[in-house]
Design a protein around this ligand. Structure first.
Ligand code: B12
Length: 240
C-alpha cells in the first residue's frame, strides 16, 4: 500500500479501534461492480472508502462511556448517536481531507438505503455476505429470504455501521481482500439463512460459527428492548 494511504488508514484505525470499531478499506468501484446502477455510489471507481463495523466490545468501549458522559440527546437512536459522534471525530481528526460519511440507517428519497452495508462489508473482505443464491438446493419456494453477513471472529455478533468515503483519495493499486467463507457447507448455509430470517430474535444465527466474542448480557438486554423503550431503560440505569 502506498505510504500516504497507509498513513490515512492508520489515522482512521487509531481514531476508532480503541472504541470497539473495525475498519476495512474498499474501493468504490468494487462495491459498484456487483450492484445495479440505482445503488451505485456516485464517485470515481478508484475512490477510497472504509467500511466501519462495530464489534461486540463497542457497547462497553464506546456506548456506555458516551451515555455516561451525558452526551445523549433525547432524539435519535442512542447507539446511532454514539456511532455518529465517533465517526464525526474521525472526520475532525483529518481536516486535510474531505470525508463523506454514510450511515447504515440513512435512506434516499426513494426509500432505498443510501448504501448496502452487507455488500460493502463483503467486497471489503470484512464479513462474508451469505445470500439465497449461495445455496444450491433452495428449500424456500416463494418465500422472501434476506441475506446475512458472518464475521470470522464475531459470527453474527456485530453490526455494519457506516461508510467513510475519501473523495479526494484515489487508490488504483489497492489490493482487494476476499472475505473469509466461514459457513462453507450447504447445510450450514441453509441453517444460517433460516435462523436469520425466521428466528432472528433468539440470537441463534449469530452463533452459527464458534465465536471469539459475543454481546454481553447487558448488551443483549439493551438490544432486546424495543427501540421506543431504550431511553427508559437507560434512564432506569441513571444514565440519562
Ligand atoms: C431494510 C433493512 C431491513 C428490512 C428488509 C431486509 C432486507 N435485507 O431487505 C427488515 C426490516 C425486514 C430488516 C430486518 C432485519 N435486519 Co435489517 N436492514 C435493512 C437495511 C437498512 C437495508 C437492507 C436493504 O434494503 N437491502 C436492499 C436489498 C435489495 O439488498 P440485497 O438483498 O443485499 O441485494 C443486493 C445484493 O444481492 C447485491 N449483489 C448482487 N450480486 C452480488 C454479488 C455479491 C458477491 C455481493 C456481495 C452482492 C451482490 O445486489 C442486490 C441489490 O441490487 C440494512 C442496512 C443497510 N444500509 O444495508 C439492515 C441490515 C441488513 N439489517 C440487519 C439486521 C441485523 C436485521 C435484523 C436481525 C433486525 C436487527 N436489526 O437486529 C432483521 C433480520 C431479518 C428478518 N428476519 O426480519 C443487519 C444485518 C447484519 C448482518 N450480519 O448481515 C444490517 C446490515 C444492519 C446493520 N447495521 O448491520 N432489515
Amino acid at each position: 500500500m502506498e505510504p500516504r494511504v497507509a498513513a490515512l488508514e492508520r489515522g482512521v484505525r487509531s481514531a476508532l479501534c480503541d472504541f470497539g470499531f473495525e475498519v476495512s478499506p474498499l474501493k468504490v468501484g468494487w462495491y459498484n461492480a456487483v450492484l445495479q446502477p440505482s445503488f451505485h455510489l456516485q464517485y470515481p471507481k478508484d475512490t477510497l472508502a472504509f467500511v466501519v463495523l462495530s464489534a461486540p466490545s463497542m457497547f462497553e468501549k464506546a456506548f456506555k462511556p458516551f451515555v455516561n458522559k451525558q452526551l445523549l440527546k433525547k432524539m435519535n437512536d442512542p447507539v446511532d448517536q454514539c456511532v455518529s459522534y465517533h465517526l464525526s471525530l474521525v472526520k475532525e481528526s483529518l481536516p486535510e481531507h474531505r470525508v463523506d460519511i454514510i450511515y447504515d440507517y440513512e435512506i434516499l428519497p426513494n426509500r432505498k438505503p443510501k448504501f448496502l452495508a452487507q455488500t460493502a462489508a463483503h467486497m471489503a473482505g470484512a464479513a462474508y455476505y451469505y445470500q439465497r443464491k449461495d445455496v444450491r438446493h433452495d428449500p424456500w419456494g416463494e418465500k422472501k429470504i434476506y441475506g446475512v453477513c458472518i464475521h470470522p471472529q464475531y459470527g453474527g455478533w456485530f453490526a455494519i455501521r457506516g461508510l467513510l468515503i475519501f473523495p479526494d483519495v484515489q487508490v488504483p493499486f489497492l489490493e482487494q481482500v476476499a472475505p473469509i467463507d466461514c459457513v462453507a457447507s450447504e447445510e450450514k448455509r441453509i441453517e444460517l439463512l433460516e435462523k436469520f430470517n425466521f428466528h432472528w430474535q433468539n440470537w441463534s444465527y449469530r452463533d452459527i460459527i464458534e465465536v471469539k466474542e459475543r454481546y454481553s448480557e447487558e448488551q443483549k438486554t439493551y438490544f432486546g428492548t424495543p427501540p421506543a423503550e431504550r431511553f427508559k431503560l437507560l434512564e432506569l440505569k441513571g444514565s440519562v
